[in-house]
Design a protein around this ligand. Sequence first.
Ligand code: CDP
Length: 209
Amino acid sequence: MIIAIDGPAAAGKGTLSRLIAEHYGFHHLDTGLTYRAAAKALIDAGLPLNDEDVAQKVAGEVELADLDRTVLSKHEIGEAASKIAVMPAVRRALVEAQRSFSKRSPGTVLDGRDIGTVVCPDAPVKFYVTASTEVRARRRYDEIVAGGAPAEYDAIFADVKKRDERDMGRDDSPLKPADDAHLLDTSEMSIEAAFRAARDIIDAALKKE
Ligand code: CDP
């Protein structure tokens, strides 16, 4: 069983994915971390973010076992990740690793931007998790403030918008819902309610397997 979860920044897909993976005992891969790990490796080595050959080589060396959100969470790393994510050669290298992860037994949950459309187009269950830009910016803001760091709502709102434009506007694997994805708009839905809705859909799919 493969569960594909896509959506824009701060829509709640990470939390939802973890809840689903825990509930069903499936392996979870946050594919955003693979782009972040490649970006961090480039930054740490002092390499440029705009050389596709160099970025492809570094992306090919990303180890899924080493991915750690605490180490990769920095804002600059997210920005750099979305810049190298426009490069087809980088995507090919990372998608290969993501596809082989998706085949793990007894099942997997992958979340990202292109899971239902490109990485696992045959996944039996797909969700597209979204929320208004305002709600997503507010969540990012609350997260940063809760972590004890200073934050400015307007700057975060502008950032979320810019990231959406880059992710939705790129030529290779743009962010968009797969035709057969279930839409979950979490603007006015708690994460628990989203989880319950997702669980009903997954349970029905598991019965058919
Ligand atoms: O957590 P946040 O929403 O900031 O982003 P992320 O999931 O960590 O992903 C960082 C960046 O990687 C995104 O903005 C995308 O540009 C890129 N990405 C992608 O292109 N395809 C994926 N499957 C996952 C992430």
